[in-house]
Write a protein of this length. Structure first.
Length: 151
């Protein structure tokens, strides 16, 4: 198989992996009673820490007005907080509350435990190959981020 065929095959495998994981086990997020948009905001905040509503809108490619109602509902649920933006008094900064951080951590733990159970069933040789492949993928992703000015 040449490099282009390998790349296409890996993309198909990742897609199949995602589909098979979702088909076998409903997402642990279902019990949270959150919309997809709310989950996206929560995970963005978990990665970035503190952001303005404008940054959220820009990240998702939607108008800022679309973000406002999503954020309002997350604030009402006690998952996100708003603080005054010291750089711009007309704006505010969003961050996860302790409950929001706890929910994200709980979801990550559920995912980690599940993948751990699956990996335990694989032979050691396959695990070693998978580890090396994932390490290479992470290195390539980091290099691409550096090439695009992301750090």
């Amino acid at each position: 198989m040449d490099k282009q065929e390998n790349t296409k095959s890996i993309i198909r495998l990742i897609h199949n992996l995602t589909l098979s994981a979702e088909a076998r086990d409903p997402h642990p997020w279902l019990h949270l009673e959150l919309t997809r948009e709310q989950l996206r905001v929560i995970f963005l905040l978990s990665f970035k820490g503190r952001v303005s509503p404008g940054e959220v809108a820009e990240s998702f490619g939607v108008p800022k007005a679309n973000v406002t109602s999503v954020v309002d509902r997350l604030v009402a649920k006690g998952l996100v907080s708003r603080q005054e933006n010291s750089d711009d008094r007309r704006s505010y900064i969003l961050s996860l509350t302790e409950e929001g951080r706890s929910q994200v951590e709980r979801l990550r733990e559920i995912g980690t435990a599940r993948i751990g159970r699956v990996l335990e069933r694989m032979p050691n040789k396959a695990l070693a190959s998978l580890r090396m492949g994932l390490e290479s993928l992470i290195t390539a992703l980091k290099e691409e981020g550096e090439d695009n000015g992301c750090h």
